[in-house]
Design a protein around this ligand. Structure first.
Ligand SMILES: [Zn+2]
Ligand SMILES: [Zn+2]
Ligand SMILES: [Zn+2]
Ligand SMILES: [Zn+2]
Ligand SMILES: [Zn+2]
Ligand SMILES: [Zn+2]
Length: 423
């Protein structure tokens, strides 16, 4: 017994690194799921152009065809394979409401192999620096060879740019604690979101934040003035200056149907809108929430699953969303999560079972034989693997090979002995 154990230990030590079969399978599945998620909802064979503006799709930019300095262009998944296979591509992950540009007037020397008869441009497409491989307010490539700080990139669900966690004004909560992020610039532009943020956002309650959320009357913090006292002067002040990086023409417009007020505080402001008694037509969730205290900060915000469904969809709010070009916020199907799930479901229904395919092409006798053999294999493999689990040893490639060799020879013996024995 001891001898066997020593031998096992010795064999294990020879083989590095030690990975269990379960690890391998799990990792494999994870990778597959991930690829499935990003690519799953997109067609790998047909150019998506004919679908018009695609609600959400995997997108690429080609720095061979449209390098920095030229006009930005985005291409669909199928075109990335078929028309730009050997080119240098930037992966843009997924973007909403985009129509494939491949081969249109932005491409000087390339004709799309999949859908050449495109219009010259797609006027509804939106572009940003991502199309030249630059991300975040710091406009850096990803991965960034000069960046030694390990930092995850998070995509803003409004502008769809990617941001370093450290460039969001507020360290992101633990991964998994939030589902979506709205970046600083977008929070400024869509300032109505602060009203919801007070109720819905996933917030790290750091010491710094403590005590900043005030009661309606604003007592207890000198930095905060009551809404009426600050007046309109501050409304102007709030959104300007703080963001040099993103210059959005629309950004400084007055975004809320009913403007809230302000304070002298440089970074943080408590807004309480008791001044606004909106004709008591409180069918508007936003107006209702505005009566409670909320905080405006110069940071990104983090949101939990299904937060979008809590946004008011009254007429006024829908009009505001439209003006701000964020109507998609009321659409749960717009989320990357919905897209990923769709991809997974599509692939699951698509994914043909090779066993079933083979079975369908066989006659009845062959079918029975194959099923028997398959069941044998399953049982024996399970037994075989259980031995490793019981012994607490790691299954190695050779072990699996050995298993199949043994299985084959056993099968041969059985086949020789009595025709097609089925256990
Ligand atoms: Zn295409
Ligand atoms: Zn190209
Ligand atoms: Zn193409
Ligand atoms: Zn950055
Ligand atoms: Zn954004
Ligand atoms: Zn509303």
């Amino acid at each position: 017994m001891a001898g066997a154990e020593e031998e096992l230990a010795g064999r294990q030590a020879e083989l590095e690194p030690v990975v269990s079969l379960v690890d391998v399978l799990e990792e494999d599945e994870e990778l597959e799921n991930e690829a499935c998620a990003v690519l799953g909802g997109s067609d790998a064979e047909k150019c998506s152009y004919s679908q018009g503006l695609v609600k959400r799709q995997a997108l690429y930019a080609c720095s061979t065809c449209t390098p920095e300095g030229e006009e930005p262009a985005g291409i669909c998944l199928a075109c990335s394979y078929e028309c730009h296979g050997s080119h240098k591509l930037f992966e843009l992950y997924t973007k909403r409401n985009f129509r494939c540009d491949c081969g249109n007037s932005k491409f000087k020397n390339l004709e799309c192999k999949l859908f050449p008869e495109k219009a010259k441009t797609n006027s509804c497409n939106k572009y940003n620096d991502n199309f030249f491989g630059l991300y975040c307010i710091c406009k850096r490539p990803y991965p960034d060879p000069e960046d030694e700080v390990p930092d995850e990139m998070i995509q803003c669900v409004v502008c769809e740019d990617w941001f370093h966690g450290r460039h969001l004004g507020d360290i992101p909560p633990e991964n998994g604690d939030f589902q979506e992020m709205v970046c600083q610039a977008c929070m400024k532009r869509c300032s109505f979101l602060w009203v919801y943020a007070a109720q819905l956002a996933v917030r790290k309650m750091s010491a710094e934040d403590d005590g900043q959320v005030l009661s309606v009357d604003g007592t207890g913090d000198q930095e905060v003035t009551k809404p009426d006292s600050g007046g309109d002067a501050l409304r102007e002040e709030a959104p300007e200056h703080r963001n040099d990086a993103v210059k959005d023409a629309k950004a400084e417009q007055n975004n809320e149907p009913c403007t809230s007020s302000s304070s002298e505080s440089e970074l943080q402001t408590v807004f309480t809108n008791q001044s606004i008694k909106t004709e008591s037509q409180s069918s508007c969730r936003l107006q209702e929430l505005k009566t409670k205290p909320f905080l405006k900060k110069d940071t990104a915000t983090y949101w939990p699953l299904n937060w979008r469904s809590k946004l008011c969809t009254c007429q006024d709010c829908m009009k505001m969303y439209e003006e701000l070009d964020v109507l998609f916020l009321t659409d749960e199907c717009d989320t990357v999560l919905a897209y990923e799930n769709k991809g997974k479901i599509d692939q699951a229904t698509d994914r043909r079972d090779p066993l079933m395919d083979t079975l369908n092409s066989m006659n009845r006798v062959q079918q029975v034989e194959l099923i028997c053999e398959y069941n044998d294999l399953k049982t024996e493999l399970k037994d075989y693997l259980r031995r490793f689990a019981d012994e607490g040893t790691v299954v190695k490639r050779e072990d699996i090979q050995q298993f199949f060799e043994e299985f084959q020879s056993k099968k041969r013996r059985r086949v020789d002995g009595m025709q097609y024995y089925c256990s």
